[in-house]
Write a protein that binds this ligand. Sequence first.
Ligand code: NAD
Length: 512
Amino acid sequence: MSSTMTGTARTPTGDGTPELTHWIGGAARPGTSGRFGDVTDPATGAVSARVPFASDDEVQAAVAAATAAFPGWRDTSLAKRTQILFRFRELLNAKAPELAALITAEHGKVLSDAAGEVARGQEVVEFACGMPHLLKGSASENASTGVDVHSVRQPLGPVAIISPFNFPAMVPMWFFPVAIAAGNTVVLKPSEKVPSSALWIAELWKEAGLPEGVFTVLNGDKAAVDGLLTHPGIKAVSFVGSTPIARYIYETGTAHGKRVQALGGAKNHMVVLPDADLDLAADQAVNAGFGSAGERCMAVSVLVAVGSCADTLVDKIAERARGLRTGDGRRGCDMGPLVTRAAQERVSGYVDAGEAEGARVVVDGRTGEFDAEGEGFFVGPTLLDHVGTGMSVYTDEIFGPVLSVVRVETYEQAVEVINANPYGNGTAIFTNDGGAARRFQNEVEVGMIGVNVPVPVPTAYYSFGGWKNSLFGDTHAHGVEGVHFFTRGKVVTTRWLDPSHGGLDLGFPQNT
Ligand code: NAD
């Protein structure tokens, strides 16, 4: 590990296990609640650190620091704010491999995938470097005789970001560059399973010159989340995680008067039409189904094979899946472990259930050779064929390396399957028929669509978000929607008095 990764945010404990901290007021703060969670290295099963769970006093301290920092940060010029963003961007660029190594050590995804995650987060930092342009309002001269109108967008205040385990760096980066560049202060509550990336990022912000209190890391569990959700000082909440928690965050946060965007779970379908290039489709199904061990909200978990292509496609996917090397993400493997022992057991349990319900296990990842030392949380690539839409492997988000093949006869049936599903995050169609692709993008009730692209994650200057149970709220992440989420509009109507001003009139103002 590098010196930055073992810096101020870690302190040794009696038994030698590193103890992580919070980051409040521009400095590492040891936890005081006496409650901790174990952080594990999923490739070996070993406990690598202990993360403090915030007490109510620590929630109050975090929000107080963010509140105190807000007026100064809001009034810092756009030029100075973006200079700090640019410095952060340069530092992140230079140190990206450190962050990727930290992600792999706690999440388990392979190093190249972790580097990809950092790069996609970096895109949002670069987008936010353009904030002066994005915050420009509009102006109308002489909207009424002698009256001018202009609009501005202003920051909200302290905002909270609550993030999931599967993208320890990228998901927080969907939000905080935009929030900070727009003049807000941020309290980040990272997933307790992968807390170190957030602390690393806090140190990087300090090095970039961000004033203390503008970026806070509050580690913890439900108690910390509830403390932020109900705190009157927090003006908005950006959440990413599973659907039941996303719904809870949306309902609780809005009931407490906050602006909330809560991104939830997913079940992403990849449709393959018979005219598609089946080698391309098989490659991409494997990449999108098993990349990051299926622990991506945009992973393909259902392959909808239309008509005559199913047998050939299943054979081609099976051949490729059997050739993948699963093991420690630091060893050049294709696929890493799942995040925890519980996740490993849950995923294997779903495969058991699918088999019992009549699915055919074509490739079985429940057992096998894994390239790692110790007791890692591995499930290998798993391919299930003849999956029915009533089976639990279809209805539930498995969040593991399990690709389920649902066979249908027609394009229309494929769209019906997708639109009947309660999730609507991402979907893709593989075809050489432009007309079919055009119909598909129009007809599916899903927020992000790929045409011969299996993981259609929008680039930073567009906005990321699903439909239905994949997003509660009406604003997607980053892009122009992100700027709107983290700012409030204000319209100013101005008359500079001149000799023609016209005395009393109690009627409703009209443009004249
Ligand atoms: P999770 O819902 O268990 O946890 C997310 C966050 O909520 C964590 O910070 C956690 O500490 C907190 N949390 C957990 N239980 C809570 C409770 N009862 N009350 C308050 N807070 C609570 O999700 P996860 O397992 O960390 O992440 C995986 C999930 O995230 C999957 O469902 C995946 O699809 C989803 N996800 C969605 C997107 C998207 O863009 N839609 C992106 C990434 C991940």
